[in-house]
Write a protein that binds this ligand. Structure first.
Ligand code: DX5
Ligand code: ZN
Length: 220
């Protein structure tokens, strides 16, 4: 089993010391930096937007994994790419024309991600799976950091892994919400590739060490 791609979520960082926290991630074993954009409409919370992403991009030395929890994502794809996004993930539930959206993201030379809420059946991704670089499987209801991991996620990861294999797709499975040292290994065993972690990393005594712990979870 490969070790996970680890993507700490800056939603749990200290926003008054964002440069310091990004530099900490640069020095750590983090692979990507996960950026949560919330509009107060698609989710019941507002996080931050383009100017903050631009500021992060000035210091970040790792790919920015942008998770758009917004309605009408098609309006903003190019702006997020210009602000520094490497991966752009839109919500399945926010797209009327998902295939078009994926094509557009890829035409901008970004990796195309689709996020699915806990209630969304992964079978719904079957017809687009070959066009999706990354599925962000929500293991909490999106909108807030620090929530409890939903156990049904394991089953969904196994189902999605099968769909990916049946279609000979190369899609990565990313788990987002409530990830910690306890569930990381069983998630990898179920078929996850990428682990997002906000609170578990940033609220720990030594975030660099916590990232390393996640990175080594498969061999532990
Ligand atoms: C939730 C966000 C997550 C969040 C994860 O809506 O999409 O990325 O930052 O935070 P934790 O790891 O604290 O659950
Ligand atoms: Zn996220």
């Amino acid at each position: 089993m490969n070790s996970p791609i680890v993507a700490p979520s800056v939603l749990a960082a200290d926003f008054a010391n964002l440069q310091r926290d990004i530099e900490m991630l640069n020095e750590s074993q983090a692979d990507w930096i996960h950026i949560d954009i919330m509009d107060g409409v698609f989710v019941p919370n507002i996080s931050f937007g383009l100017p903050v992403l631009e500021a992060i991009n000035k210091y970040a030395k790792k790919p920015l994994d942008v998770h758009l929890m917004i309605v009408n994502p098609e309006k903003y794809i190019k702006a997020f790419r210009d602000a520094g996004a490497a991966n752009i993930t839109v919500h399945f539930e926010a797209c009327n024309h998902l295939h078009r959206m994926l094509e557009e993201i890829k035409s901008l030379d970004c990796k195309a991600g689709v996020a699915v809420n806990p209630h969304t059946n992964v079978q719904l991704l079957e017809d687009t799976i070959k066009d999706i670089d990354l599925v962000c499987m929500m293991s909490v209801n999106p909108g807030f950091g620090g929530q409890k991991f939903i156990q049904n996620t394991y089953k969904k990861v196994r189902q999605l892994k099968e769909i990916i294999a049946e279609n000979e797709a190369h899609t990565l499975i990313e788990i987002d919400g409530g990830v910690n040292a306890q569930n990381a290994k069983p998630l990898m065993e179920a078929g996850a590739d990428v682990l997002v972690a906000g609170s578990f990393v940033f609220k720990s005594v030594d975030p660099v060490e916590t990232i390393e712990e996640l990175k080594n979870v498969v061999s532990a």
